[in-house]
Design a protein around this ligand. Structure first.
Ligand code: BES
Ligand code: MN
Ligand code: ZN
Length: 500
């Protein structure tokens, strides 16, 4: 939509946005702000238009008086809906609506003057600016590297943002930076599986490490055998693109003497289902089965460049392609993990949990984690349960769950708790090995996934499993998202680490 977006401290903008609530006129603080900018008449004119209802995202526009050489300033009054229900997530959405409008009228600069409504709702200007910056930065994501000669290049230009509120403007800069990290994740998600192979993912992680100073280690080939990463080895056998485990580490200059946070991502570069092949078009879109890992990469980018926490953060990406050849692993195979747990494979399409198990074992055994959060496009079942509205959250540790919920809330990335129970764990018991990778009874698929993973996490370690199969992709243009990958989880994880 825009070639780039930046925040500028000086000058005037060709569009200036103010806001009001449903059924209310712009408040006195907003009016005096407009007066200071010489825009009071234009704002009053906009507010008098019938479309100035204040309904969420309703727009009303007017211009200040033009001079011979200038066209006048476009004043945009945006509605924020019901005042009593307002929170800063509404601003992320509103900023994206403003961005779409400014792009449509080919605007080059936009001021966001929300002081009045922030004061009226006792909202923090920095957090509000962050949400608005995120909304605009997410909206601006473009990925046209896969367009060819048959598509004319769209004309785009840069957008500069301003705000007379210095805290809001600082927030905008932070929001844009977090959106940039998220957009990195979205571009990886969008990259097709013939390009985004397992080695491509390793190269991307190396590139990120080089650019940001993160430490990196990659286990591949014989390293996997030596470390007994049997999930990766078995799932990866059916592909010419070899599996690997990627470890990234953020080491702060001044570290708190705390245990590291460990972020784990399912990174299936393609999921055909393996020999339990996906049917009826169920395979389309499975290039995005790497989105858990892509979100963790984006979060590490944000951590290294924007958040810069005082806590150590370790990322583990379990990377493989679930495909078919004569060496492919099969239903009936038994896999022995490094923690001693044996798994009978009943369905090669339940592959994500098999590779995550390696990373979880490693994390518990080697990283001394303060807590572990894993992100995975793990089950179709979570889409049945929660649609694209919430990610499924499995976490029985109250303090960690509270932290995840508040990080999710600030990011506008919704999570909903789903249950863990011994009965689900019992459902995973195998007649010949310790556990199965999928119970054919078709019950509680998302819960089965979490129950399986729990066999690889030590009891005393706080752990949260986020099943993102419903939320990692948007079916249509909506809010700050355009149809395609959402980069879900990057900002949640960044907020989580920031609050630590
Ligand atoms: N990657 C899929 C889950 C998925 C489905 C993600 C749809 C995004 C959209 C996962 O590997 C899978 O195939 N899960 C199976 C598990 C089943 C065989 C136990 C599922 O959910 O159907
Ligand atoms: Mn699968
Ligand atoms: Zn999968």
């Amino acid at each position: 939509m825009f070639t780039s977006i930046s925040v500028s401290r000086k000058g005037a903008s060709d569009s200036v946005a103010f806001a009001h609530f449903q059924g209310e006129k712009p408040d006195s603080r907003t009016l005096s702000l407009a007066a200071g900018l010489g825009l009071k008449d234009a704002l009053l004119a906009a507010a008098a238009l019938p479309e100035a209802t204040g309904d969420a995202n309703a727009l009303a526009e007017s211009f200040s008086a033009p001079t011979k050489s200038t066209p006048g300033t476009r004043v945009i009054l945006i509605g924020l809906g019901d005042k009593s229900k307002f929170n800063i997530n509404a601003l992320r959405h509103a900023a994206a609506v403003l961005g779409r409008r400014v792009a449509a009228v080919k605007g080059r600069s936009l001021s966001l003057e929300f002081d009045g409504i922030l004061a009226a709702t006792k909202s923090d200007p920095h957090a509000a600016g962050t949400a608005a910056g995120e909304g605009l930065g997410l909206l601006a994501w473009v990925c046209d590297q896969f367009r060819g000669k048959a598509t004319p290049a769209p004309k785009r230009h840069a957008l500069s943002l301003r705000s007379s509120d210095a805290d809001f403007a600082t927030g905008l800069t932070r929001g844009l930076a977090l959106a940039e990290s998220t957009n990195l994740t979205r571009t990886l998600s969008q990259t097709p599986p013939n390009i985004a192979t397992t080695t491509f993912m390793a190269d991307q992680a190396k590139k990120l490490a080089r650019a940001t100073g993160l430490k990196i280690k990659i286990w591949e080939g014989q390293d996997l055998v030596r470390e007994r990463f049997q999930g990766l080895i078995n799932v990866g056998k059916g592909s010419i693109y070899k599996p690997c485990l990627i470890r990234l580490e953020y080491n702060p200059p001044i570290a708190k003497a705390a245990k590291p946070a460990v972020l784990v991502g399912k990174t299936m570069t393609y999921d055909t289902g393996g020999l339990s092949l996906k049917i009826n078009n169920g395979m389309v879109g499975m290039k995005r089965d790497k989105d858990g890992g892509c979100a963790v990469l984006g979060a590490m980018h944000a951590i290294a460049t924007t958040i810069k926490p005082r806590r150590r953060v370790v990322a583990l990406l379990a990377v493989a392609e679930n495909s078919i050849n004569e060496e492919a692993y099969r239903p009936d195979d038994v896999i022995t993990y490094r923690n001693g747990v044996t798994v009978e494979v009943t369905n090669t399409d339940a592959e994500g949990r098999l590779v995550l198990a390696d990373a979880l074992c490693w994390a518990c055994e080697q990283e001394n984690p303060g807590y572990i959060v894993d992100l995975a496009t793990l089950t179709g079942g979570v889409i049945t349960a929660l649609g694209s509205t919430y990610a499924g959250m499995f976490c029985d540790h109250d303090a960690l769950r509270a932290k995840i919920e508040s990080a999710a809330d600030a990011a506008g990335e919704r999570v909903w708790r789903l249950p863990m129970h011994q009965e689900y764990r019992d459902m995973m018991k195998s007649p010949i090995a310790d556990i199965l990778n999928s119970n054919p009874n078709r019950k509680a698929h998302a819960g089965q996934g979490a129950a399986f993973l729990s066999y690889f996490v030590e009891d005393k370690i706080p752990w949260c499993h986020l099943d993102i199969a419903g939320v990692h992709v948007a079916e249509k243009n909506s809010g700050p998202y355009i149809e395609g990958p959402t980069g879900w989880g990057v900002r949640l994880l960044a907020n989580l680490i920031d609050a630590d």
